[in-house]
Write a protein that binds this ligand. Sequence first.
Ligand SMILES: N[C@@H](CCC(=O)N[C@@H](CS)C(=O)NCC(=O)O)C(=O)O
Length: 239
Amino acid sequence: MLRRLGAVSAQAINVETHMLKLYGFPLSNYYNKVKFALLEKGVPFEEVLVHWGAEGKEGKSPLGKVPYIETEDGFLCESQVILDYIEARWPSPPLVPADAWQAAKVREIITYCDLHVELCARQLYSQAFFGGSLPEKFIERVKGDLARNLAAFAKVARFEPYAAGDTFTMADCAVYVSLPLAALASKLVCGQDLVAAAGIDWKAYVALIEQRPAAQKVAADRKADQARALAANRAKLGG
Ligand SMILES: N[C@@H](CCC(=O)N[C@@H](CS)C(=O)NCC(=O)O)C(=O)O
């Protein structure tokens, strides 16, 4: 990767810089949001496996969350901040429309997806995916919140056929990795797929997105990591 330096001399010079590193693990939806965007843009990057609870994240991602990236300028965390950095640094191919209004609408969908849908559904993951048990009252409250938030999300997102309209954008990087989790978690814990109940045909949407080689790579790596996590869990329980 080459980076153009500023006015060091009349002639701008190119120096080789280190490749962008993406830290996290392929089961993480937010990790996959960033990975999907990097793959779509053809940005060279190196994946560095960092698991939940792994030591040493604090200095790089102060809340200890993944993903975070390392660039020649330092570390950066929060998936949306990272996506916006990637977009600014590697504008082509664009994942955000040039028009300011349309670009804002893309980011509106992402905020609704990450903040109001995924973060709400996340409260169900411990029971849905990790063998935990949640109090009935808590589940009822989350179910109500999630149903309300999904009804609002369904008004903001377009699915025509992409999340923001007729063009693939970074909204799809966010929606593709998180919406199925909300659907599965609500089905498993609340007994109802609340995404489908909100009128969103997320299975058809996922099938559309998975026609893209970048999505296929993200999905294949996620499945492999899921198999690894299951085997590790079984070994832990067995030992
Ligand atoms: N707002 C963050 C959320 C990232 C996040 O929640 N990552 C999860 C994995 S999917 C994580 O690292 N959880 C560990 C923790 O919360 O301690 C982002 O968009 O990057």
